[in-house]
Design a protein around this ligand. Structure first.
Ligand SMILES: C[S@@+](CC[C@H](N)C(=O)[O-])C[C@H]1O[C@@H](n2cnc3c(N)ncnc32)[C@H](O)[C@@H]1O
Length: 204
């Protein structure tokens, strides 16, 4: 029987001295930030903090949240090494309160959770963002199953653009696409991956 997700992620991060998704930010996120003013950012399921630390280094005020204490400890360590501020929160997104009118940006990179958690989180994005806020997401699609280059073990944890259109209540999707791209991001993301990418903001 597979371990509970928290136990699995604690072991993955805690039993490995390296950063398993690397030290560089997610490629889609990094490429999407050029025209976005600095502000308050929430990084969902931020793992070992590669994305939160990158955003902090760009001048954003960043809060990273993740289930895994061992991941958030490595994120805090990375932030200290880079000389940037990062607020880390160990929490299950099933219970985490995104807040209201609270964030200028919310980032979700490979934040694969069971559908009930995912739909609850996505339904709260529009309320949690400020009116001109932005949501940036990349995730594996079910087409990733069987590729052997990373991603969740079962399709129900993956996302589709059509599903995200339903789940992101009150959001306008400016960029929304499914594609296969080379994902070389640490030793668990190792080759061509089927992903969905979204940039969205609250409906005006
Ligand atoms: C594939 S990793 C991605 C980590 C990071 N976003 C990155 O791209 O480097 C998925 C992350 O989701 C986190 N996670 C899974 N279920 C969660 C939940 N219910 N609440 C919070 N975090 C969760 C795991 O601990 C893990 O860090």
């Amino acid at each position: 029987m597979s371990p509970h997700p928290k136990e699995m992620w604690e072991n993955r991060y805690g039993n490995d001295d390296t950063f398993i998704y690397g030290l560089e930010p997610n490629e889609f996120l990094a490429a999407s930030l050029n025209d976005i003013a600095t502000g308050e950012v929430l990084c969902l399921a931020d793992g070992e903090g590669r994305n939160g630390v990158h955003l902090a280094a760009l001048g954003h005020t960043v809060t990273s949240v993740d289930l895994a204490e061992s991941g958030m400890a490595k994120a805090a360590q990375l932030a200290a090494e880079r000389g940037v501020e990062l607020t880390t929160v160990v929490a299950d997104l099933a219970e985490f309160d995104l807040g209201e009118n609270r964030w200028d940006m919310i980032v979700s990179i490979f934040a694969h959770t069971p559908p009930p958690i995912r739909t609850k989180v996505h339904a709260g994005i529009a309320t949690a963002l400020r009116p001109n806020g932005v949501f940036i997401l990349e995730a594996y699609t079910p087409d990733q199953a069987g590729r052997g280059t990373g991603g969740p073990p079962v399709p129900e944890l993956m996302m589709t653009l059509e599903g995200l259109r339903q789940e992101l209540v009150g959001m306008t999707i400016h960029t929304g696409r499914e594609l296969v791209r080379s994902v070389i991001e640490g030793h668990l993301h190792t080759g061509d991956g089927a992903v969905v990418q979204v940039i969205a903001s609250p409906e005006q």
